[in-house]
Design a protein around this ligand. Structure first.
Ligand SMILES: [Zn+2]
Ligand SMILES: [Zn+2]
Length: 378
């Protein structure tokens, strides 16, 4: 009987505590609250020596052009998704949402920067110069003023109607492509070549891009854009060493696109958590592209991320038995030995393997260009 009384009391206390958590307020207005829904996802990727590892997305859109989310909504999503920094990169001259037509192209940046202050999230002002190929789409990051760029991406007649060629196609306004590029450069912008294989499914290095790359005027190229991957960017990395990026170019709400998985992110190795530090790191090329457990870019930066992520405990030195704890959210896959053995280091987990000391592991998902990164983990 006494036991039953204790059980009943415990049950009452539990119900009371649960009720307290669920309903807050009074009889005139209460609300249901699911605490999990306001928790930020923690993306675990270790810092490296001397630098913070900041997780960024440098390509996204809002309702002001052709997307479904507001500028402040993008900031909020990014905070939820575990990012540290975003760039707002609205299209210039794209107005696809009925009833919305901005004339001040700085507005998305202003609103995102204001929201960023609220969340402690860094926001880089940016914009996307949006043209047909071969010029394509170029993001100008750290831009100071987004106004004064060409809004008419296609030629118009005297009445302001779209001019069309004999096939009925719109005629690109080519004359202002490079002048817009130069205008952004003159503001000290970081010039990123977006989605080289979109929309035609061909990643073509046109003479224009080749020239701009050789002149050092393309600061980064997207290897990952949303769920797209452009493997030819790895070849260009091998030839020109232009840093690679992974960005979302998101138009829908991020939860509809990525759910519980990690969104594409560009890792920035910055001295401090400030816009100026991020800018310095990006122009210095201290960035890596990360999406779908694939890390791409400078071999030394990748090696440092692997070394900081994998913690080794030797169990049996003679037989090469080790326990490897991967503290990161990146799943590493490596090959070694002949015939090859595969080892997987699962995120935030420990595994035990026999890997003789001094063995070189070939990290197949870590790409310094077309070649994967090889290191000894002990
Ligand atoms: Zn684009
Ligand atoms: Zn875009």
């Amino acid at each position: 009987m006494k036991r039953l009384f204790v059980l009943q009391t415990m049950l009452l206390v539990a119900v009371f505590a649960y009720g307290q958590k669920l309903y807050v307020g009074n009889d005139d207005r209460t609300y249901c609250r699911d605490m999990e829904s306001i928790a930020r996802k923690i993306v675990s990727i270790p810092d490296i020596d001397g630098y913070l590892t900041l997780k960024g997305d440098f390509h996204m859109h809002t309702v002001f052009a052709d997307a479904e989310v507001s500028a402040s909504g993008r900031v909020r999503e990014a905070w939820f998704d575990g990012l540290d920094i975003i760039a707002m990169t609205e299209h210039v001259g794209v107005h696809k949402n009925e009833g919305i037509h901005i004339t001040d192209y700085n507005l998305p940046n202003k609103l995102a920067i204001k929201a960023g202050k609220k969340y402690g999230l860094l926001v880089v002002p940016g914009m996307e110069i949006t043209r047909t190929k071969p010029f394509g789409h170029i993001n100008a990051l750290f831009i100071k003023d987004c106004n004064g760029f060409e809004e008419n991406r296609y030629l118009l007649d005297e009445k302001g109607n779209l001019l069309r060629d004999k096939d009925g196609k719109r005629i690109p306004n080519r004359a202002t492509e490079m002048s817009d590029f130069e205008k952004a450069e003159a503001q000290g912008a970081f010039m990123m070549w977006n989605h080289p294989g979109w929309p035609d499914g061909k990643s073509t290095l046109y003479p224009l891009h080749k020239k701009l790359i050789e002149e050092g005027r393309i600061d980064a190229i997207e290897l990952f854009n949303g769920m797209d991957v452009y493997p030819r960017v790895l070849d260009w990395y091998d030839t020109y060493k232009v840093p690679m990026m992974a960005n979302s170019d998101i138009h829908t709400p991020s939860s509809c696109m990525y759910g519980r998985t990690l969104r594409p992110m560009t890792l920035v190795f910055a001295k401090e958590r400030t816009i100026e530090s991020v800018r310095e790191a990006m122009f210095a090329g201290r960035i890596l592209a990360l999406y779908s457990n694939t890390l791409a870019g400078d071999a030394d930066l990748i090696k440092q991320i692997i070394e900081k992520s994998l913690q080794i405990r030797v169990i049996d030195e003679k037989n090469g038995k080790i326990e490897v704890t991967n503290i990161s959210d990146i799943q590493f896959e490596a090959l070694f030995d002949n015939p090859q053995k595969i080892v997987t280091f699962y995120p935030r987990s420990a595994v035990q393997y026999k890997i003789p000391q001094g063995t070189e592991l070939d990290f197949k998902n870590c790409l310094a260009g077309r070649k994967s990164v090889k290191i000894k983990i002990w």
